[in-house]
Design a protein around this ligand. Structure first.
Ligand code: AMP
Length: 443
């Protein structure tokens, strides 16, 4: 499959060449024709699959047909709502890149910064608006944003929207936009609450799924270290002393935790910055820029702050703390191994986190391979990984005679304990492999 076969117009094809894209990713291959035909779309796709281009490219093509040369007469015709500022900025960059040879204007609005610089382009007129929910409603309230001419609405990262408590803003927004419109809805996970929300926004959508939400990117090599909480700090410093690691994104559950990790790594002379919700927008952008250009080797982030970070060759994600929501693990490790590149995700699990790990492994249906040879092994391992306990059980059972199960009257051998072997994730698929995406339903 090529982009030419998707009936894209010349200026977009040229822009994609300029980006170095040679062929569409699976979600692009399926979604672009659906969107170009004007259909609604329900996309289940995690970041790193090329989903931004899957909606940005056809939106640009549709709008370019009716583009006006008059700057002031421009009305907002496409609205993309996304949960975080970082993601909004990145989507804005994608529209700029793919639309570089088109006469369309876009702008990005998000909270946490003065509104003046965002109001000016709105006054000039834009065709495409990318926004986080709070600032969008705020500027709409003040009369700077008019949504009456909207014809395409995109809700991006819907699961994260709900996690972040944006549900009321989204409901308010839906009342403000024209009922007659094309809607595209993307979420990395598709629990019932998301399906219900999608049902209120979409009309007879086509559904597309790219690597099921519970599947970790297959280009990511995963490793688990069992370590006591008090030793995580030393283990992290120990791992990061490996100079071969060019850059690493370290996740913590809390803002406070992120600051703590940043402090002890800096003390250990490892160049580190932290991003989280308590940092100003400017501080977050600077930290991100420093990390992308290699000035900072390690970026520590909370889940919300890291959402939407797109770093081309990030090769290591470290879960300093195991997320308590299993889907978050999938999102976190999706920061590496993007665009088909190999990546590695390392997790530190202490005794308090064994239950979280169990939930994650259940969700991804993989036993994450355990690294047992390291300087800070944990005192307590989960029973299924505790080789001493397993050995003790086997010896104890070996001494027992097979017993009769009275309820069944059959011979039951107690020695038949199965110790499951960790299953290695397969490492073959790139983001382009076709079996990763499938249209689920055409309604
Ligand atoms: P996304 O899932 O939208 O966050 O995209 C992940 C990364 O894939 C971004 O860095 C995009 O620039 C890149 N990308 C998107 N589409 C393609 C493509 N067709 N070929 C190569 N890279 C792509």
């Amino acid at each position: 499959m090529t982009f030419e076969k998707l009936d894209l117009i010349e200026p977009i094809l040229n822009a994609l060449k300029h980006e170095g894209y040679t062929k569409p990713t699976p979600i692009q291959e399926i979604s672009i024709p659906i969107v170009l035909q004007g259909g609604d779309l329900l996309g289940c796709a995690q970041t790193g699959t090329g989903k931004t281009a899957a909606f940005a490219i056809p939106i640009l093509q549709i709008l370019s047909k009716n583009a006006s040369n008059e700057r002031t007469s421009r009305k907002i015709k496409a609205l993309i709502v996304t949960p975080t500022r970082e993601l909004a900025i990145q989507i804005g960059e994608s529209f700029a890149n793919y639309g570089r040879f088109l006469n369309l204007r876009h702008t990005v609005v998000f909270g946490g910064v003065s509104q003046q610089s965002q109001v000016n382009p709105l006054k000039m007129g834009v065709d495409i608006l990318i926004a986080t929910p709070g600032r969008l409603l705020d500027l709409q309230n003040q009369g700077y944003i008019k949504l009456n001419d909207l014809s395409i609405f995109v809700l991006d990262e819907a699961d994260r929207m709900l996690d972040m408590g944006f549900i009321h803003d989204i409901k308010k927004l839906i009342k403000l936009i024209p009922a007659k419109r094309q809607s595209l809805f993307f979420s990395a996970t598709m629990p019932e609450s998301i399906r219900v929300l999608a049902g209120t926004i979409l009309s007879k959508p086509d559904e597309v799924e790219v690597t099921p939400a519970s599947t970790t990117a297959e280009t990511v090599q995963q490793e688990m270290y069992f370590v006591d909480a008090a030793n995580k700090k030393d283990l992290l410093i120990h791992l990061l002393q490996d100079k071969k690691i060019a850059s690493a994104l370290v996740f913590t559950r809390t803002k406070h935790g992120a600051d703590k990790v940043q402090r002890f790594l800096s003390k250990a002379h490892i160049k580190t910055e932290a991003i989280h919700g308590n940092k100003s927008q400017n501080a977050r952008q600077n930290a991100l820029r420093n990390f992308k250009d290699g000035t900072t080797r390690v970026l520590v982030a909370t889940d919300i702050a890291a959402r939407g970070i797109d770093i081309d060759d990030l090769n290591l994600v470290i879960n300093f703390e195991i997320p308590n929501i299993p889907e978050t693990y999938v999102h976190r490790i999706g920061r590496t191994g993007r665009a088909g590149l190999d990546g590695k995700a390392v997790s530190f699990c202490d005794v308090e986190e064994h239950a979280y790990l169990r939930d994650i492994q259940k969700l991804i249906s993989i036993q994450i391979p355990v690294v047992s040879e390291h300087p800070y092994p944990a005192e307590n391992l989960p029973p299924e990984h505790d080789s001493n306990k397993i050995k003790r059980n086997l010896t104890k059972n070996r001494n027992k005679r097979p017993t009769i199960d009275p309820s069944k009257g059959k011979r039951r051998k107690e020695t038949d304990k199965i110790v499951s072997k960790p299953q290695q994730p397969t490492k073959s698929n790139s983001m382009h492999e076709p079996h990763l995406a499938k249209p689920i339903k055409r309604s």
